[in-house]
Design a protein around this ligand. Structure first.
Ligand code: DX5
Ligand code: ZN
Length: 227
């Protein structure tokens, strides 16, 4: 049974696995290859074990592309930095339900900063924590790997979780995007789309040494369209 949504399927390459030595070229290749968004994984070394980058890199990416910037804050107390990432040029800012004490206020802060608001769930976090916030957001992100690194294995129970989140959103916020993040490739993108995800974060499946970015994106788009 398919839970495929009518919302447009969007591809969000994550720069976490891109070659930072030629980031502008990597982003240009993703844009030319038909990416819909650029996904920026911000990590602070506390909420997530890795440290990635901050608002200055977001500003540099803003200058390098006209695509919407999908900023994923895997940081503790993200409310401290909403203004800085909005100022840097974020189109959407997604915070983790596990990382902020007053989630409704933090979401309001994102909206007041003029950005699309998203909330994210770690793999072990129950979907019930979305219930009260779901009417207030534009996007829900389901982590299908544990935060920290690109190239990890997809957690298989994530497809069931996506279906249950899509069902919850169809009841409380039907136009809300459902994003999946982590371990997605040609081998499973069909499953995640049929499970209701419509914004697909892809890192190592796009930025790798096997094929050019545009070819990787074309393969993913093809695999996603298979019923
Ligand atoms: C984990 C990161 C990764 C990244 C996607 O903290 O959020 O999920 O965006 O990387 P891949 O697609 O290689 O798992
Ligand atoms: Zn992410």
């Amino acid at each position: 049974m398919s839970f495929r949504t009518n919302l447009p399927i969007q591809f969000a390459p994550s720069i976490l696995t891109a070659n930072f030595g030629s980031l502008a070229a990597e982003i240009a290749a993703a844009e030319a290859g038909g990416a819909d968004l650029i996904h920026l994984d911000v990590m602070d070394g506390r909420f997530a074990p890795n440290i990635s980058f901050g608002p200055d890199i977001v500003a540099a990416v803003r200058a390098a592309t006209s695509l919407p910037l999908d900023v994923h804050l895997m940081i503790e107390e993200p409310e401290r930095y909403i203004g800085a990432f909005a100022e840097a040029g974020a189109t959407g800012i997604t915070v983790h339900v596990e990382a902020t004490r007053h989630l409704n206020r933090t979401v309001q802060q994102i909206v007041e900063a003029g950005c699309r608001a998203g909330v994210a769930l770690n793999p072990a976090s129950p979907i019930e924590s979305l219930r009260e916030i779901s009417p207030f957001v534009d996007l829900v992100l389901v982590m299908s790997v544990n935060p920290g690194y690109g190239g990890q294995q997809f957690i298989q129970t994530s497809t069931s979780k996506l279906r249950r989140v899509r069902k919850l959103l169809d009841e409380f916020n039907p136009t809300c995007d459902l994003e999946v993040d982590g371990g997605v490739g040609v081998q499973n993108i069909g499953d995640v789309v049929r499970s209701g995800a419509n914004v697909i974060v892809v890192g190592s499946a796009v930025f790798n040494d096997e094929r050019p970015v545009a070819e990787n994106l074309a393969l993913l788009r093809q695999a996603a369209s298979e019923r």
